[in-house]
Write a protein that binds this ligand. Sequence first.
Ligand SMILES: [Zn+2]
Length: 277
Amino acid sequence: MSDFHVLGYRLRLTGLLRLETALRVGSGLTDEISNTDIAVIKDDQRRPYIPGSSFKGALRAHIERLVRLVEPDAPGYGRGACNPVNRHEWCITSGQMDILRQNPETLDDQVYQFSCRVCRVFGSPWLASRVLVKDLLLAEPELWFERRYQVRHGVGIDRDSETASRGLLYDYETVPAGTEFRWEIIIENANREEVQDGLVIWGLHEFANGRVRLGGGRSRGLGWVTLIFDDQAEEVDAGDRTALLQYLQTGKGRPVGRDTVLARAATFAQVLARQGG
Ligand SMILES: [Zn+2]
């Protein structure tokens, strides 16, 4: 849920996600994968794609881990990262929210104030997300039929004996190494003082460095990915009338070079180091 009615500042980032090793195909059932995992599922033509929500979840979880390293203390007031998976560890719990609701006129401000660094950007049950991740589709769908899924054999582990047990053999499919997907992320109305766009780019940059593995079956060496930024991103600043009119006429924003985009991540890292130290 994002507030796309009010256009202030929008940054659109695009690029490629390349599989360095095979990525496991899931059925899309949530109990199969943890929130840090990314699911590859099949579209109605049986081609693989990565749901945007899944990629966003993995990106968020990765950013949370990094932010907690620098700001480990109680998350809130624009710092740290709460645990969205456990409702008792939210930066604003349901109980606190009930109290804040008693003052409707200050509610929005208070919610923003109390929210942690990551919720302020990625959203929470009480706060809209500023990050929109589109589904990642095959970069070259016409080549898919030459690649195809690969079938692998898995061995179930007996939970009691922690050994491979008979009868727990199963097959699963993977998308082969070398497959590329297109990604597109839109950041809406980032607070530029807090370098909120930089936080997202900072997280993506870790993926770019190949430091992140995605998907189930990590113990089997699956899920290494590299993320590549396109040469240019695109921005629309509604405060800049000329740029806005051009955008409304052409649907295209102003190009922003990759170096400028990556510089935002560096700026964010500096802000974090200064405030977290
Ligand atoms: Zn939070």
